[in-house]
Design a protein around this ligand. Structure first.
Ligand SMILES: [Zn+2]
Length: 178
């Protein structure tokens, strides 16, 4: 099977890679992510909303999870959004390529949360920065260990919000992230 840049299975068919739609606790926002990494990405998004800045769920086209496509500007590298292992938050406030869209204090919290949930932040990319973007950087076994360590493996409290999503991703926007 095709893989995204971080090694996770990617597909234009969301059902083939167990994409689910999950509500971010504390918000009405629902993000589409791969089921196996959902506790990390959704947990992170909830903490981001509480501790970094509110996720603006009223804006359309501002927050993204699964979306099948190549990395912006690449014809070959499959975006981690294609495997449902990356999310973009408050995209219009933190556009692709922009630097310093968060305060130093926010950056500290972001880095702390990324360590907690074992995510890589696009703001720490060496080349083109992508401050809206957060992605899984570990393999499936490592992800399971982190989820167990955080006690999130049986977190079914949001279960009624988990809906198998069979629609296809539709991101065709100019300044979308990697
Ligand atoms: Zn992104």
């Amino acid at each position: 099977m095709e893989k995204s840049a971080n090694g996770w299975p990617a597909s234009a068919d969301p059902e083939a890679i167990d994409i689910v739609r999950k509500r971010v606790p504390g918000t009405d926002l629902k993000l589409r992510v791969a089921e196996r990494v959902a506790p990390l990405l959704i947990g992170f998004a909830a903490d981001f909303h509480k501790l970094v800045e509110p996720i603006d769920e009223t804006k359309t086209l501002d927050d993204w999870g699964y979306c099948y496509r190549k990395v912006r500007g690449s014809n070959t590298v499959v975006s981690n959004h294609s495997s449902g292992t990356a999310i973009d938050l408050n995209a219009t406030q933190h556009p692709l390529g922009a630097v310093g869209t968060f305060t130093d204090e926010q950056v500290q919290v972001i880095n702390r949360l990324c360590r907690k949930y074992a995510l890589r932040w696009g703001g720490n990319y060496r080349n083109r920065k992508d401050e809206m973007h957060f992605e899984i950087a570990l393999n499936a076994t490592q992800v399971e260990t982190i989820i167990r360590g955080l006690g999130l493996e049986n977190d079914e409290s949001e279960n009624e919000q988990t809906i198998k999503d069979s629609s296809t991703g539709g991101g065709v926007l100019g300044s979308r992230s990697t």
